[in-house]
Design a protein around this ligand. Sequence first.
Ligand SMILES: *Cc1c(COP(=O)(O)O)cnc(C)c1O
Length: 461
Amino acid sequence: MGDAVERDADAEARERAARRDEAVRAAVEQGLLGPDAAVVGLLDVTGIRRSAAALRAAFDTAVPPGTPVLHAFAVKATPLVPVLRLLHEAGLGAEVASPGELALARAAGVPAGRTVLDAPAKTPAELREALALGIAVNADNPQELDRLDALVHTGSTRSPLGLRVNPQLGGGSIRATSTATATSKFGVPLRDEGARDWVVRAFLARPWLTRLHAHTGSQGIPLPLLARGVAETYALAEEINARAGRRQVDTLDIGGGLSVDFASEAAEPTYAQYARALADRVPGLFDGRYGLVTEFGRSLMARHGTVVARVEYAKSAGGRRIAVTHAGVQVATRTVYAPEAWPLRIAAYDAEGHPKRGPEVVQDVAGPACFAGDLLAEGRALPALEQGDHVAALDTGAYYFAHHYAYNSLARPGIYGFAPDGAGGVALTVVREPQTVAEVVAESGGAHTAALTALGAPGSR
Ligand SMILES: *Cc1c(COP(=O)(O)O)cnc(C)c1O
């Protein structure tokens, strides 16, 4: 069976690469990518639909029919309204963590009943809005629970309410994405002295508190550690329910966090493997007594996005070839600032958008920003890149081009979705317009040119 799964994964990866190649060529042919639009983001609609279906299937086969399961896509991974709409139509909901993300989910038509609000710093106004809308809220800490007390007592709400806990199991290979360390800023730290008892009493005192939430971490957290985080949450729910003498906790929100292999096309771990690991480690999780919420982000979207940029110049320095491209820190911030933790595979295409062949040479792939570290890849073996060629940064569908960083006032690139056009070609559609330079000026205080010179000037008060 393992072999069959691997063959499927290999075939899937080959198909994905073929779809991407066609999309790059189509973007060049259709003029979306060229001298006047030197960098774009591309999203593979077919791939996104398949990942959403694989996630649903993995859990549907694990739970008894009728068990409520909500897969709330972590909006921060790809905060784009058309993506949220596509995932909504594929049967997913939304996990939001700011007023902006909530507004995006609402603009996409994700109903309140399929939206979950988690955030470490929710204001009273945000909490009030969420409860008025009926959105599920996971409180982060005792002070937030006090605020919910006040809101629940002053009005009725349909919002399912929960508490986020930190199982304090330790981190993974990337510190910044490890949320279950002893000193993580998220949730109630369960292993601190007296904390577990406090949580149980907090639930017993609040009959309306019905959910437990834990997100053990993101990229770099090994699957067994994720499963242990879920096991701890489940055990706590059982303890609370035993003490309450009823099924007070009726839903477990198990977070997201499945890693993506950015160094290869390897599909593991898959959602099916994760669900099987959970079934082994926490059998009671899937017996139908608990509704489930998941919050996957990166594992749903990363593989389905590509940044493609023109090579503006090809030069050499100190014996090293350097391709100077239009994709750098503004679209691949984490990779540029922390290349060891966030490596990206690079594919080479020629000026027409065909995969570039030829002997490989070691070269740097540099971005357009004015600092020496602005490199997409350093010392990478690729076919020799020339002026007018293109480079593609692969697996950038989550936490990359949708997370623009405005260094050097570089404009946000256009983002296009692609899918077969039904006639043997590729249809491309606008997901986000490229930002204009006029918009850059406007959001950089362009309407307030004299604001500072007028301050304290002679004749002013
Ligand atoms: C970031 C985040 C997620 C999504 O994590 P991925 O690694 O992208 O799957 C889910 N839940 C919470 C609370 C998060 O902060």
